[in-house]
Design a protein around this ligand. Structure first.
Ligand code: NAD
Ligand code: TDX
Length: 346
């Protein structure tokens, strides 16, 4: 493939994917990113600009999208509003970007007959009981819980319909929770690491029994690249690395790795509608495309991630105080005052 259009390439996973492509392919890359609060061009620092072209713009801008898609051999679509807590506070941007934005891209790839890969989430399947032996598979019925996950589910349905009705050559991947460098400080792992670096006690929602299935972002990138190259249009692939752990265990690991007491955190009011457990069965991807994750040790991956945040405060410090202020505002709007750290702490 000569030119890949990566939407959301200045976000956490998109930027890591661009870095992966620079290293593991010879494709030219065009990034289309609106640089919302979650986008950061610094996440692409140091990359070979002869292979990377960045366009600042919105995926709902149909004429802009049409021109960029016309020049691409494939589109890999990461751009989204991605944070559940924000979707509970103000759902509208989630509908605009995740639903209308995906529709806008689908119409363009349909017109220009360009291969499309849609990045989605395991959250479309709802949640599992803690003791359920089952995990999500490609045939699990959709049952999203939050405004965020329902807009991702809607976008998946659009992709399937554009494949069946208009012959768009599209694949979908639904991945579990990613961690690694360049993740916004609003998300669980970087929020707690940067709180500890600021001398602020981490915040655990509810009891912390909720389980997430963690995958290193590099493994997500390698899986997506396999699917883009060798996946079967019309198919959905689940991406996961058998990394289930509850939030309390993850937080205790982080505290231990950062030399803190395992109990040095605060329980705060739970997220409304908080999904209990996600778990991915990625057998199909592994058997059909021979993919497997390179990072299998969460403690080692967390140690590397902690080190990255320690070494790169220039990348995250600018977003920290505003993010914590947003948590305070969201808690106040719900009448629960304990979820944020006003002013980012210090
Ligand atoms: P992110 O919030 O870090 O990045 C999203 C990027 O999209 C930002 O750079 C932002 O500026 C851009 N963007 C937002 N609205 C846009 C618009 N209207 N037009 C153009 N660009 C826009 O998100 P992320 O964590 O990197 O997630 C990327 C994708 O992966 C999303 O589709 C998300 O649903 C999916 N996903 C994320 C995870 C996870 O653990 N983070 C897991 C599974 C799937
Ligand atoms: O301060 C916190 N304390 C806490 O206990 C935060 C921010 C989160 N949590 C909990 C909520 C979740 O159970 O940690 C878990 C992970 O939270 P997030 O990082 O907000 O991720 P999650 O809601 O699980 O969604 C993520 O994975 C799936 C991504 O943000 C989504 O984009 C992706 O689709």
């Amino acid at each position: 493939m000569k030119r890949i259009l990566v939407t959301g390439g200045a976000g956490f996973i998109g930027a890591n994917f661009v870095r992966y492509l620079i290293e593991h392919s010879d494709a030219g890359i065009t990034v289309l990113d609106a640089l919302t609060y979650a986008g950061n061009l610094q996440s692409l620092h140091g990359l070979d600009r002869s292979r990377l072209h960045v366009v600042v713009g919105d995926i709902t801008d149909a004429p802009l999208v049409d021109g960029l898609v016309a020049d691409a051999d494939a589109v890999v679509h990461f751009a989204a509003e991605s944070h559940n807590d924000n979707s509970l506070f103000d759902p509208r941007p989630f509908l605009d970007t995740n639903v209308v934005g995906t529709y806008t891209l689908l119409e363009a790839v349909r017109r220009h007959e360009v291969r499309f890969h849609h990045i989605s989430t395991d959250e479309v399947y709802g949640d599992l009981e803690l003791d359920d032996p089952a995990r999500f598979t490609e045939t699990t019925p959709y049952n999203p819980s939050s405004p965020y996950s329902s807009t991702k589910a809607a976008s998946d349905m659009l992709v399937r319909a554009w494949g069946r009705s208009f012959g768009v050559r599209a694949t979908i991947s639904n991945c579990s929770n990613n961690y690694g460098p360049y993740q916004h400080v609003e998300k669980f792992i970087p929020r707690q690491i940067t709180n500890i670096l600021h001398g602020v006690r981490p915040k655990l929602y509810g009891t912390g029994a909720n389980v997430r299935d963690w995958i290193h972002v590099e493994d997500h990138s390698s899986a997506v690249w396999e699917i883009v190259n060798r996946g079967t249009p019309g198919k959905t692939y689940l991406i996961g690395a058998d990394g289930e752990k509850n939030n309390r265990e993850v937080l205790e690991l982080i505290l231990g790795l950062m030399g803190q007491d395992a109990a040095a955190f605060d329980h705060v009011t739970d997220r409304p509608g908080h999904d209990l457990r996600y778990g991915i069965d990625s057998t199909m991807l592994r058997e059909e495309l021979g993919w497997s994750p390179a990072h299998r040790d969460l403690a080692a991956g967390l140690a590397q991630t902690i080190d990255w945040y320690r070494q790169n405060p220039w990348w995250w410090e600018g977003a920290k105080a505003g993010t914590e202020d947003r948590y305070v505002q969201q808690a106040a709007a719900r009448g629960t005052e304990d979820a944020g750290t006003a002013g980012g702490g210090a």
